[in-house]
Design a protein around this ligand. Structure first.
Ligand code: SF4
Length: 701
């Protein structure tokens, strides 16, 4: 009798969020795939959330797109690859001939691998020569990125390994609910607690993360900056500052000291809703329970003052001397799978690979040399994500658009307006494994490979560069996004600049393009990532160990010092008033991810959370006679959306919350508004004014 041979397994990573949990895929085909947590990968140490466990079903969904579609007679119909690619190239050429190079645009994604993000940026600048390329990461952590660049001279979501969380004695989490959004991170919080650490959470809702806290501030939406300045007021008044750190490692503190004098916590309580005693308690814990760490999420970041809000928290951590300490400092909990790598390598309107800047002449020359083009031929800075979409079909705006891996019709603020803009395009092409809500509006849809069918690299929320590995051959009929860009470049007359024959070949060119840049990946190879559980950037040579922790010795400004920035409260782009008296804010369910284009196709996830519900406080429900599961029409100045009611005492009585994972008439983003942060161009997803317009009873649900 012979023993059955073990089935092959592949070590790779979850397709969803920036935690990029290590997974082990088993089975001899997608139909029999098994997903297990990778015990050896140090970030998740074998743990996965329900999205990761169930991700195998994505490979077998019945509505997987397996052939290109071309709109014919008003409907999307199957077409050959040749005809679909020819059509895209012809349309883009024609639009640029008639309306100029700037009349076409590209929209990428924080879900794309580094190789794809890099090649998309190169394709925009070299093949189409358009300035207009941006991506949905602009909607995610761009405010934290802007603040990090201003304060530290560099943007890396966590400037330390995630395991440092366990070493902090006081942990402040502002506007994030990681116990729901990236549950395997909870193991590091539990270790922190077991080590005697304290947790402070700022969130208008009593989320699972907030329930675990020693102090929870259920603050008024949009008041995070004021709260951070009040904490700094207490630190100054009670002499909790680290004067030596401020003197030797930073610049600009005096202006911050003067600014926070007007943020006495007794005064700010009216705005924040947080009592003075609690603010004082938190400030004392942060100053004396060290090392202390602050992590921000989308709450403070997705505001029209998102950069200033994050700066207020960074100011506090700098003034307390915590940045650069093991177990201390400031970090952003990046959201999307490759949100970090996606913003470093050129699919952002203002950037070139290696976190170089497209408006910097020296940076343009360095990248142009690698690409073999004249630096003068590279376009300048283009529109940011929302501005790019808002220009579609408008006079002097973009008339032809290629979207790669992003469901902008669901994920954008004021989504009704963006859907109208998409409809007004002369030509729209979408690359996606599924016909999502954006693809439904397209003229051409191209079917692409998914996570377990392709190789590549991603950069997780720690700045650790990791390998996505192919477990199964892609189904017949689909191509990689990389192949599509190569094919289109050939049709546009610059195939000689896109001659790679593997993902690794793209990575090797990309490494060269980053050499000497802020995000220097030149010393990272596929072989090193395989051998070392990932490599942290910057890594400027193959014998460099990588950089798990930044800031121990110096910051990345030329003088080596961190910069304080005085920041002041200002109202959001839209505040509640007598017509629209309630705050509306959005977020995520544990069971779904971003626009839901993937997770709404997984039966375990839709079984657990089949539809969005609006959370509201029992007092508000009683005032309106709303029962649990009643249908409530929520109205903003832009739209009305009907949700089933989820009555819950864990939310502020003046605030409504709904998840943004659904499109169509259940899209929370129909209600949100797009006031932009002046630096990051982040839309204000977290703050809109709404009213309850109608209620229908539960029996009608
Ligand atoms: Fe891990 Fe995020 Fe995937 Fe959940 S969704 S398994 S937290 S990477």
């Amino acid at each position: 009798m012979t023993a059955a041979l073990p089935l092959p397994t592949t070590r790779t990573h979850c397709p969803y969020c920036a935690f990029q949990c290590g997974t082990v895929l088993g089975g001899d085909s997608p139909l029999s795939v098994t997903v297990a947590g990778d015990e050896a990968f140090p970030v998740n140490a074998g743990k996965l959330c329900i999205k990761g466990w169930s991700a195998g079903e994505l490979l077998n969904t019945p509505d997987r797109l397996l052939t290109p579609l071309v709109r014919t007679g008003g409907a999307l119909k199957p077409a050959s690859w040749e005809s679909a690619l020819d059509l895209i190239a012809d349309k883009f050429r024609q639009i640029q001939r008639d309306h100029g190079l700037d009349a076409v645009g590209l929209f990428g994604s924080g879900a794309l691998t580094n190789e794809k993000a890099y090649l998309l940026g190169k394709f925009a600048r070299v093949a189409l020569r358009t300035p207009h390329v941006d991506y949905n990461g602009r909607y995610c952590m761009s405010s934290a990125a802007g603040a990090g660049n201003k304060a530290f001279g560099i943007d890396r979501g966590l400037p330390f390994p995630v395991s440092d969380i366990a070493l902090s004695r006081t942990l402040l989490v502002a506007g994030s609910n990681p116990f729901d959004t990236l549950p395997p991170i909870a193991q590091w919080f539990e270790r922190q607690r077991a080590n005697g650490g304290r947790l402070i959470v700022i969130d208008p809702r009593r989320t699972p993360t907030a329930r675990a806290a020693d102090l929870h501030f259920a603050n008024t939406p949009g008041s995070d900056l004021t709260l951070a300045n009040s904490l700094m007021f207490v630190a100054v008044e009670e002499r909790l500052l680290d004067a030596e750190f401020i003197r030797t490692r930073t610049a600009g503190f005096d202006a911050v000291r003067r600014t926070v004098l007007t943020y006495h916590p007794a005064e700010t309580e009216r705005l924040t809703g947080v009592p003075e005693a609690a603010v004082r308690q938190a400030a004392r814990w942060l100053a004396t329970g060290t090392p202390a760490m602050t992590l921000t999420g989308r709450g403070p970041e997705q505001q029209s003052k998102g950069v200033d809000t994050v700066l207020a928290f960074i100011n506090l951590m700098l003034a307390l001397g915590q940045v650069g300490k093991v177990g201390g400092g400031y970090g952003c909990l990046t959201g999307q799978g490759n949100g970090q790598g996606g913003r470093e390598h050129g699919q952002k309107a203002d950037q070139l690979p290696g976190y170089r800047l497209i408006e910097n002449d020296a940076h343009r020359e360095q990248v142009a040399r690698v690409w073999g083009v004249d630096p003068a031929s590279l376009p300048r800075k283009g529109h940011s994500a929302f501005e790019l979409l808002d220009s579609l079909g408008q006079p002097d705006g973009i008339r032809g658009l290629l979207v790669m891996g992003s469901n902008v019709a669901v994920a954008s603020p004021d989504a009704g307006r963006i859907i109208d803009r998409l409809k007004s395009l002369d030509f729209l092409a979408v690359c996606d494994p599924f016909v999502n809500e954006t693809a439904e509006l397209a003229d051409v849809v191209l079917p692409v490979t998914q996570w377990a069918e392709e190789d590549g690299t991603l950069t997780n929320l720690e700045g650790r560069v990791i390998r996505r590995r192919r477990a199964f051959a892609p189904p017949p009929g689909v191509l990689s996004d990389l192949d599509i860009l190569k094919e289109l470049a050939g049709r546009l007359g610059c195939g000689d600049k896109f001659t790679f024959d593997s993902e690794e070949a793209v990575f090797d060119e990309f490494r060269q393009a980053t050499a000497g840049g802020t995000a220097d990946y030149s010393g990272i190879t596929y072989a090193r990532i395989d051998a070392e559980q990932g490599v942290f950037w910057p890594c400027p040579s193959e014998d460099h160990p990588g950089t798990p922790r930044l800031f121990a010795e110096r910051f990345h400004h030329p003088d080596g010092k961190a910069k304080f920035h005085p920041v002041e409260h200002r109202p959001g782009g839209e505040e509640p008033d007598h017509e629209y008296p309630l705050y509306f804010t959005t977020g995520r369910y544990q069971e779904h991810y971003n626009s839901g284009a993937q997770t709404r196709r997984v039966s375990k996830l839709t079984g657990a959370k089949p539809a969005p519900r609006v959370q509201l406080h029992p007092e508000l429900a009683a005032r309106w006679g709303i029962e649990s599961n009643s249908l409530v029409t929520v109205q903003s100045r832009r739209a009305s959306v009907e949700f089933a009611a989820d009555i819950w005492s864990g939310i502020r009585p003046d605030t409504l919350f709904a998840p943004f994972h659904w499109g169509g008439r259940a899209a929370a983003n129909l209600l949100t508004q797009a006031s932009l942060d002046p630096t990051s161009r982040m839309p204000e997803f977290k703050l809109a004014a709404v009213r309850i317009a109608a209620v229908r009873m539960a029996e009608l649900v």
